[in-house]
Design a protein around this ligand. Structure first.
Ligand code: FAD
Length: 400
């Protein structure tokens, strides 16, 4: 029986137990960090982690002292009047810091840094991944988990590159992780200990989440701010992408007419703070790929890149990991037929789930920037639950 060696490309959140090849030199190499809410995948994260790591999950929350509970909500406000539009039920939701979470889940894994995937070759005995540093690794199965811009997805669709291409949603986005003034920081925390959202007739969407509140002084806490608005082709998008101050001025103008504290957040951002801008958000509507006899597949954002307004990307990446690892572990032997069956079974599930969630999130992103339609958006109608399922469940260890 041939030993199963899984090569996972991309050391983000979708990795499973195998050798992971990450293009960055370390988890701290990227200046950009962000956070994500886990609304329904809590128990699936626990399925993937060892009991020791599960005990550490709360420590990588944006507020490590926060304890998940059944009544938790994600509040959505009317951005101009300040009235609450919807307290979206988010039972047992937690919010994790990406870098801290990745640092935690890599414990005990074989992660090779500085390994940027360059080529994929299917061989008689398996698969060879070639890296930009000139090295190569052989394996039985290659899982491309390199995020939305996945080179593995591009390789799978090499005969029809347009089928792998990211699609655009006509919505621009700004994001940053920044310190705010003491007053704004306290006001945001007063609204909700973790996060809040606002939408309004100006079709500007605002999301603010505590990113780190371990410092004693509120003015030293950091917040992740996401502001999105309808794309305008007459904008100077090149300048917005390259001139921090110009971008801040633009977003400040967009949020000026909002109710406090949503109108104060951007004004508070120190001009030297790093931020990111995308003229149009992107998504990839999952479509079936040929896994070359079960040798090559994709997972996470590589398999279903989606817009973030309903916070479903991480949950679906975790669902991929559990679906795939369950099938790999259930293989009766490490034969090509069994591998093809396991990978094919995973793909059958992910193709449908991925397509449905990507398209629903696209629809949602358009709706939350269209005041006439906001109340009919999946965010306000269905909330943050997984399609066709209940919300989150209590955590392990009796932590509720
Ligand atoms: C601002 C923001 C807020 C979000 N909020 C939420 C939320 O609240 N809830 C939620 O569920 N989801 C949320 N998401 C989505 C979530 O972050 C993603 O779905 C999730 O990170 C996907 O994980 P991944 O491992 O597939 O990809 P990534 O996290 O993108 O990781 C991919 C990794 O692959 C590496 N890589 C890339 N190319 C190569 C290569 N050629 N060779 C080797 N390695 C490579 C990258 O360096 C990276 O480390 C949010 C996303 C953003 C941007």
């Amino acid at each position: 029986m041939e030993p199963l060696r899984v090569l996972i490309i991309g050391g983000g959140n979708a990795g499973i137990s195998a050798t992971v090849f990450e293009k960055d030199e370390s988890t701290a190499a990227r200046a950009r960090d962000w956070s994500f809410g886990v609304y329904w995948a809590q128990s699936r994260i626990e399925e993937c982690l060892t009991p020791e790591l599960n005990l550490l999950l709360d420590t990588v929350q944006t507020d490590p002292s926060y304890r998940r509970h059944a009544e938790s909500v994600l509040p959505v406000y009317h951005g101009v009047t300040g009235e609450i539009l919807q307290p979206i039920p988010a039972p047992y939701a937690i919010r994790l810091k990406r870098r801290a979470f990745v640092d935690m889940i890599k414990k005990g894994l074989d992660v090779r840094y500085g390994k940027s995937l360059d080529t994929i070759t299917v061989t008689e005995g398996g698969i060879t991944a070639g890296f930009k540093d000139g090295t190569a690794e052989n394996g039985t199965l290659l899982i491309g988990a390199e995020g939305a811009h996945s080179p593995t997805r591009a390789w799978l669709f090499q005969l029809s590159p347009e089928d792998a291409a990211l699609q655009k949603v006509p919505v621009s986005s700004f994001g940053t992780v920044a310190k705010l003034t003491r007053e704004t920081a306290l006001s945001l925390r007063n609204i909700h200990p973790i996060y809040s959202m606002a939408v309004g007739p100006d079709n500007v969407f605002v999301f603010a989440a505590i990113h780190d509140c371990t410092a004693e002084a509120p003015e030293d806490w950091t917040f992740m701010l996401l502001i999105t608005w309808n794309y305008d082709e007459t904008e100077d998008h090149v300048r917005l992408a390259n001139d921090r101050v110009f971008l801040l001025e633009k977003v400040e103008a967009l949020t000026k007419s909002l109710v406090y504290p949503f109108n104060a957040m951007v004004q508070d951002v120190p001009p030297e703070t790093r931020s990111w801008y995308s003229s149009q958000m992107t998504y990839w509507p999952t479509r079936p790929w040929d896994n070359r006899g079960g040798r090559v597949t994709v997972a996470g954002d590589a398999a279903h890149a989606m817009t973030f307004h309903r916070g479903q990307g991480l949950g679906n990446a975790v669902a991929d990991v559990t679906e795939l690892q369950t099938r790999l572990r259930a293989m009766k032997g490490h034969t090509r037929q069994e591998l093809a069956r396991a990978v094919g079974g995973y793909e059958k599930e992910v193709w449908k789930r991925g397509y449905d969630v990507v398209m629903e999130n696209r629809e949602n992103t358009l709706a939350v920037h269209d005041w006439e339609n906001v109340l009919r958006s999946p965010l306000l109608v269905k909330g943050v639950a997984r399609q066709g399922s209940l919300q989150g469940s209590p955590a392990q260890g009796g932590k509720e």
